[in-house]
Design a protein around this ligand. Structure first.
Ligand code: CU
Length: 91
């Protein structure tokens, strides 16, 4: 009984943290670029709070609780919109 409680407690503590992700994106030039990347990211059910900066050439979003995306997944989503990515940073 005690053990079960500890495990449940641990799992909920871990899932509280939605991680912030920043992705450098190559080749964005205008509002249409932002729109198509936003559209592809929105289609992913693991992502929320998307912001894309043309000046910084960077997309930022939160991964939902317990739904982490791999680097490969992120790369594939952005590629679907037609762009290559650079560095991925997680906070
Ligand atoms: Cu564009």
């Amino acid at each position: 009984m005690k053990i079960t409680l500890i495990i449940v407690g641990l799992m909920s503590a871990l899932s509280v943290w939605a991680s912030k992700v920043e992705v450098d994106i190559n080749g964005m030039t205008c509002a249409m670029c932002i729109e198509s990347i936003t559209k592809e990211l929105k289609a992913v059910d693991k992502v929320e709070n998307i912001t894309i900066s043309l000046d910084d050439k960077r997309a930022a979003f939160d991964e939902m609780k317990g739904k982490k995306m791999s680097d490969g997944e992120i790369r594939a989503v952005i590629k679907k919109a037609g762009y290559e990515i650079g560095k991925i940073r997680r906070h």
